[in-house]
Design a protein. Structure first.
Length: 426
């Protein structure tokens, strides 16, 4: 066993890690819902001092206070505690649970219990849960980080918090049952307004006016965020690899469907000539920025052997996780030979190589760049015993040199290497 100090530091790292923090935030969300339900119950049956509801309420406040202190000190990410305390989410947390502490009410001599109407704002803690999702390394953690359900939950939480806070404010001002206040706010939000439940006081009407103005801005803003996330969704055509059968990763721009078809057909032909039953099940996963309709039609032709995933490994950290890169037999990173800017294209290839090497160093990489000078730039980041890097410029120079020694050799070699055949049989 190691020293107690190291053991304590290791335990602290586990408790404050991404996965543990995400689980804690989920538990806080459940506690916040219970916190809100206790308030609704108290509007019908007030809690008596010393009852189990009274102590449960104080226990939840103590739990929230401990988390609040942690976030403005150890969990502030290097920021000054005062700046962390003034963060809007932290101020909302403070406003939601501090008025419920009996000690504060007795100390100031002012009844602050009506501030409990802001308890629903704790539902906005989904923002903290969203921030911890990328750190979760579960079996589907990568899918969680980029899913559409996060902004959808944000929209639902915002609407629920707005409805509850508005209803609680109307209930306090108008002294009506809580369910009547919820009914009034809901019918007002949907612009139905039957008129059977109305606010009568001037303060109540002013509060409803303010809350309506907030709702007019809040709900469209959240809905636009959800729409933007839907518009960013990428196409995934074909089966996602599971590791049960061999597969390779292809990263490059799909521009020439005929050339890609010849390239893919030649790979399948070599596999069938190899004779191995395992490699006959080989699958290719193509990572591309945009899959055009002709490539989607090609994927339907090779339904089980070819998968197209839209996205960039540079801007979407979860893309390589979705493609199961650590389980791949090999990965190919190819430059676009039709690019008008060879230097920029090789730089893009270099960044893609870095992204793959940051995920795994055990998968062999086969890299193709345009310029010969880019080979010396990328080579130091590759494993000489496993990875291969080449350039189209170097290949052309070698073919030209060979053609000078043996006229027509380049044409012969090109025709031998190029496979413009039909779909392999068998």
């Amino acid at each position: 066993m190691g020293p107690p100090g190291k053991a304590g530091a290791s335990a602290l790292r586990r408790l404050t890690g991404g996965e543990a923090r995400a689980v804690l935030e989920a538990a806080q969300l459940g506690a916040s819902v219970l916190f809100i339900l206790l308030y609704v119950w108290s509007t019908y049956v007030p809690e008596a001092p010393g009852s189990w509801r009274y102590w449960l309420d104080l226990g939840l406040c103590a739990f929230f206070f401990a988390d609040y202190v942690y976030r403005i000190t150890a969990g502030s990410g290097g920021r000054h505690p005062l700046r962390a305390a003034l963060h809007p989410l932290n101020l909302i947390d403070l406003l939601s649970f501090v008025p419920s502490l009996t000690a504060v009410n007795q100390l100031t001599g002012v009844d602050l219990r009506w501030f409990r109407i802001f308890r629903a704002l704790r539902l906005l803690r989904l923002s903290l849960l969203e921030g911890n999702l990328p750190h979760m390394r579960l079996s589907r953690g990568a899918l969680l980080a980029g899913a559409v359900n996060v902004p959808l939950l944000w929209l639902v939480a915002s609407v629920c918090a707005w409805l509850f806070t508005s209803a609680a404010m109307v209930q306090v001002i108008e002294k009506m049952p809580f369910h009547d206040a919820v009914y009034f706010i809901t019918t007002t939000l949907t612009t139905v307004g039957y008129g059977d439940v109305v606010v009568k006081s001037s303060i109540g009407r002013l509060a409803v006016l303010v809350m309506m103005l907030v709702g007019v801005v809040l709900i469209p803003a959240r809905a636009s965020q959800l729409y933007s996330r839907f518009s960013e969704r990428r196409t995934v055509a074909g089966p996602i690899p599971t590791g049960r059968r061999p597969f390779v990763i292809f990263s490059g721009k799909l521009s020439d469907v005929r050339g890609f078809n010849d390239f893919f057909s030649s790979i399948l032909t070599q596999i069938r000539l190899d004779g191995s039953e395992r490699w006959r099940q080989l699958q290719m996963v193509c990572l591309t920025d945009h899959a055009r309709p002709e490539f989607l039609a090609l994927q339907e032709l090779y339904e089980r052997q070819l998968t197209l995933i839209e996205g960039s490994a540079l801007w979407e950290p979860d893309l390589l996780g979705r493609a199961r890169l650590p389980l791949a037999e090999a990965a190919m990173v190819l430059a676009d030979r039709f690019s008008s800017d060879a230097e920029a294209e090789d730089t893009d290839v270099q960044f893609r190589v870095w992204a793959m090497k940051s995920v795994t160093k055990k998968v062999p990489l086969y890299v193709q760049v345009l310029q010969l000078s880019s080979v010396t730039t990328i080579a130091p980041f590759l494993d000489p015993a496993r990875d291969v890097v080449t350039s189209l410029e170097q290949t052309r120079h070698r073919l030209l040199a060979l053609n000078c020694l043996a006229p027509g050799a380049s044409t012969l070699i090109t025709n031998l290497l190029r496979c413009t055949g039909q779909k392999p049989r068998g």
